[in-house]
Design a protein around this ligand. Sequence first.
Ligand code: FDA
Length: 393
Amino acid sequence: MMKQVDVLIIGAGAAGMMCAVEAGKRGRSVLIVDHARAPGDKIRISGGGRCNFTNLHAAPQNYISRNPHFCISALRRYTQRNFIALVDRYGIAWHEKTLGQLFCDGSARQIIDLLVTEMKQAGAELRLQTVVESIEASTDGYVVSLSSERVRCTSLVVACGGKSIPKMGATGFGYDIAKQFGLALTETRPALVPLTFDDNTLAPLQPLSGISVDAVVSHGKTKFAEAMLFTHRGLSGPSILQISSYWREGDTISVAMLPGTKVFEALRAARARNGRQALQTALSELLPKRLAQLIAENSGIQNHLADVSDKQLLAVERAINEWQVKPAGSEGYRTAEVTLGGVDTDGLDQKTMEAKSVKGLYFIGEVVDVTGWLGGYNFQWAWSSGWVAGQAV
Ligand code: FDA
């Protein structure tokens, strides 16, 4: 006899497990399958092993989507406060690191354990190392061929994430399912990803590898004020990961490496205090030494400060706070934290995540064209979209 469940969920990640818990609590019979050996692998490695599980300030404006209004309903119905209450119920200690980002004090595994325990209590069955071989629509739902058996379900939930970190089993399978059922996709690309330079740009910057500054990085009107790191390939750090979701090939980004400082005034003051010092010495008071050295070298100024004009100092200020640089590319899905784009939200019901044209088929989490900023926003989307689908399946 073919196994029959109310709800079959493909993907035991953040969104899939949340959906399983909620559907199970409503008395639905739930089977959740994953091809990985363990549930929630991305949760385990997230936030440097401490899982930045939500953000105190999560709101629709922190998400990128072709339809920026789509995420509003789910984020309102299951908020960061709801998830924090769940974490508190399990006695998991947490702290705010910066900018509303909440991390476990201990380990990301605590969040996985919480979800697995909740699933058990809700009666959801978790099956790992299980491959989905085919999906067919039937009169009253779907017949899914798994590597272990064939399963009939009324609701099928696609929660298999995006394409980032293929080494961890990311496949883009969710997009194939969307295509199979005629749903549109928006363009997908790596996001929250380090940016890389071509050889010409990179060569002079190589000595800076490992240096970090608190920067403001802009792309058009979009700006992020967070740390920026020079790497042996280009730029990384939170501000760069954030801007990578907006940057496109051929675009220039603008970087302020001393955003809170009036560099021109500071250099004039240094000149008035001690005109015999070199520009590099004055800059070393403001910036890491190797960076100060490179900026001084690039300025072409060899004189003592006393012989440097205001015009030259203004040019140095621009080099520091209006550095225009054109990345050549990104590190790609190999290191991207998320996939931008995905299942077009036009085809989904924002209240339930069900496909408008395909009854009983749901898409939740990263596979949907809703991508959060860095800082706990992506997990909040996984919890919120998983929760609303869990009420509907
Ligand atoms: P997720 O990817 O979590 O789960 C999908 C599941 O589907 C996986 O278990 C996978 O094995 C399974 N699957 C895929 N294909 C399948 C197939 N064909 N058959 C069966 N199963 C299949 N976000 C955040 O808010 N805070 C943070 O701290 C971090 N940190 C972070 C670090 C790193 C290194 C990465 C790569 C990502 C983050 N993120 C993050 C992003 C966050 O991990 C991501 O947005 C969520 O995990 C998305 O949840 P989903 O459940 O949608 O997909």
